[in-house]
Write a protein that binds this ligand. Sequence first.
Ligand SMILES: CC(=O)NCCS(=O)(=O)O
Length: 349
Amino acid sequence: MSSLSGKVQTVLGLVDPDQLGRTMTHEHLTMTFECCYFPPAPRDEAVAADPFHMRHLHWLRQNPYSCRQNLLLQQETAAVRDELLAYRKAGGGAIVENTTAGLDRDLPTLRQLAKDTGVHIVAGAGYYVDCTHSEDTKRMSVEQLTDVIVAEVLHGADGTDVRCGVIGEIGTGWPITASETRVLRAAAHAQAQLGCPLIIHPGRDPAAPAAVLRILQEAGADIGKTVMSHLDRTIFDEAALLEFAQMGSYLEYDLFGTEMLNYPYDLKVDMPSDSQRVQTLAFLMKEGYEDRVVIAHDIHTKNRLTKFGGHGYSHILNSIVPKMLNRGVSQQQVDKILVDNPKRWLTFK
Ligand SMILES: CC(=O)NCCS(=O)(=O)O
């Protein structure tokens, strides 16, 4: 049994799991998403160069990845601080900050935000998707990658003494690359050593989540202590969702607040509305998965902050929870989704 056993590791140190309260399991507070810039249509180039005006709000919400400035969330720390204070007022207690290597993780800023706001912040260890892996990362063996991830949890990451409390989001695309497979195996080995929570960003294909879990399983991961993110843009068919759910990971719906007609990374995808997300949660409750569901907003662009007319980090607490209750999800189930499931997942074995 390690000294972390029975505790949650935040950027300010170990805490008792009961201290977390309502927890968003997938957010970003400071990061860059430049790796996923998607050039605008030629007719939109002028708007994309300067979109932060009321008259462009609709365009920005529909095309968040086509404006370079919008991808620099790390420029908005003061606004994020205000948002976290509002999140606490709305009844929020904790946030899992999923920024890993490749997205400009900034642990000193996370520590300062936790001090300034009183929100418990859990930071992520490991690597994002292949296109962000450095040449060094691509050359590393599974054992070397495992050592890095373990050190990020036990000693601190990026040359700081700020320790990560979760592995991930570990990024994968579709098909899964050789480098991503090595990182997945390393994440599994590190999780097996540490007994810690793990969270995955799957590729954009309905087969991707199960393919990732199979790699993790073979490498000795604890699937019951693993969150599969972004299911709202990945698995649409109910039978396929139930088949995936049987593999035993946590099921994460984490794009609350994102409503767009054309999802640029895969035009075949119809991005669901928040109402459809709530319907899916109600379906999973009916099917008996109340102990396996977690939710969040995955804020990763500026336009989603209230400063820029977005929904902010309190949207779920202020607007989605009432909708869930109105659609047949019980208060006890809401509490499981927001408090009990994140707490169980985040507690080291
Ligand atoms: C930061 C991040 O990876 N967000 C997910 C965006 S996606 O469009 O759902 O892949």
